[in-house]
Design a binder for this molecule. Structure first.
Ligand SMILES: [Zn+2]
Length: 146
């Protein structure tokens, strides 16, 4: 495996990305309105020695993150609202890092996934998680027009 894909997978493991999760355990399902919206990586939770209480907290944070993103999708034409919601998203990401016992590092936040963001996605994925990310001058989420 290339160094780049190892970095990528390591970064996704750090974020508890659901595609890395192999085994199925309902305890790790994040459910909003009766629908599974994401699934925590159970092996990562074990490796990070997350307690059951922390797992519940992480699931709660993912529910809030999901609802915040749904709200952003309903306000795609309102930059003020999008910027406010994206700041909440950043705080949720920091809270997740804290509960996962990871360093609080904004380089691990994929801000370009936020609804309405027009920042260059492929360039930023390539730079992930090292940083030096690019923002689009016309991004309504990440660039405030004067
Ligand atoms: Zn953006």
């Amino acid at each position: 495996m290339s160094k780049q894909s190892e970095d990528f997978i390591e970064a996704m493991i750090r974020l508890g990305h659901p595609i890395i999760s192999k085994e199925r355990d309902a305890k790790f399902d994040v459910i909003v309105d009766g629908k599974i919206v994401t699934r925590l990586n159970s092996s990562l939770a074990n490796r990070q020695k997350c307690t059951d209480e922390e797992i519940e907290l992480i699931k709660g944070l993912h529910s809030i993150k999901y609802l915040n993103i749904q709200s952003a999708k309903n306000h795609l034409d309102n930059g003020v609202v999008l910027r406010a919601l994206s700041k909440i998203d950043t705080q949720i990401e920091f809270a997740l890092q804290r509960v996962w016992h990871f360093p609080l590092d904004q380089n691990f936040h994929r801000f370009w996934h936020f609804p309405g963001c027009t920042c260059p996605k492929m360039d930023n994925e390539d730079a992930y998680p090292h940083g030096y990310y690019t923002k689009a001058m016309d991004c309504p989420v990440h660039v405030e027009k004067s």
